[in-house]
Design a binder for this molecule. Structure first.
Ligand SMILES: [Zn+2]
Length: 311
């Protein structure tokens, strides 16, 4: 039932937010939009764009399958869909694959096919081609956040949840964590053992997390946990549980970089620990704290984006 409501919200957003943006883009590229558009709800999983003759006139039609929405409720299933993988691999919505991000991205993906067809960039043997991803990226830039916000607001109004199907847990851990950030890595006591987890969403009373711990049997599962269950992960524990490259991909909000705090930078496959001495909007002066003797103590000017969290 919920999924039918979400699919109807998706059709609404496609017709009233994204289609007008597609018109704008076409105007910018001197392309005339010849055929009208409509979105519809499908009963199965199939979710697709087609240019089809209906009532004697060709029409762009996007279908959102209810079973697709149901299947994506499970994180492990969601990331098997192309749209789920795209978020992570191509860094849409900062690479965070929450259910709401996946649903919003699904709208943008299907609508990008409409744009691709109008632009003449769809060929028989090449559907998800380079041009497609260029149009998809442009749609994200033009209206990605508007689509996501509309989805969240309309779902709230209709009292429909946009969370993954999750396993609720109540346990006691006396260490509350302050300033927890989405995308960062923490630990959490799950199933009688500490697990390495990534924070995916901050709700008023709970945290949504995904287990990213290869040595924990809940690896890959999503949970909603009481906030006090999230804990800082000691460096040794992280190293034991996960490939460090994954951690280096954790997004770092450059506004949050603090003076006198330690960060990591990568240099020719080596990782150096540095301390930020000064910073402005785009660069930082850092002092090298690790590396060979000649290097330690040197001060370098580097872009803020090169700094990684020193977990
Ligand atoms: Zn596609």
């Amino acid at each position: 039932m919920d999924h039918k409501i979400i699919a109807s919200i998706m059709t609404d957003i496609s017709e009233n937010i994204v289609w007008p943006i597609i018109h704008e883009i076409c105007k910018d590229h001197n392309k005339k939009v010849v055929n009208p558009f409509s979105a519809r709800i499908g009963s199965g999983a199939r979710t697709y764009h087609t240019l089809k003759r209906q009532n004697g006139k060709k029409q762009h039609i996007v279908t959102y399958g209810q079973k697709m929405l149901e299947d994506k409720r499970d994180y492990n299933r969601a990331v098997q869909w192309l749209t789920g993988r795209e978020i992570i691999e191509k860094d849409f919505f900062n690479g965070v694959a929450t259910y709401e991000n996946i649903v919003a991205h699904t709208i943008l993906h299907e609508m990008a096919h409409a744009l691709q067809v109008i632009m003449g960039d769809r060929t028989y043997n090449s559907v998800h081609n380079k041009a497609f991803y260029q149009w998809l990226k442009l749609l994200h830039n033009k209206c990605g956040h508007e689509v996501l916000n509309a989805l969240i607001n309309k779902s709230q109004k209709k009292k429909v949840s946009l969370d993954f199907k999750i396993n609720e847990i109540e346990e006691n851990n006396p260490t509350p964590i302050i300033n927890a950030r989405v995308g960062k890595i923490y630990q959490c006591y799950l199933n009688k053992q500490n697990a390495l987890v990534k924070l995916t969403k901050i709700n008023p009373k709970k945290f949504a997390i995904i287990v990213i711990d290869e040595k924990h049997k809940e690896n890959g599962k999503s949970y909603s946990i009481p906030k006090h269950m999230l804990d800082k992960a000691p460096e040794e524990f992280i190293k034991n549980r996960i490939d460090l490259n994954v951690i280096n991909d954790a997004p770092l909000d450059t506004n949050q970089i603090k003076i006198l705090k330690k960060y990591k930078i990568e240099l020719k496959k080596r990782t150096l620990v540095v301390e930020v001495k000064k910073k402005n909007r785009t660069t930082a002066i850092v002092e090298i704290l690790s590396g060979n003797d000649g290097m330690i103590g040197q001060k370098w000017k580097i872009p803020l984006s090169n700094l990684k969290e020193n977990n």
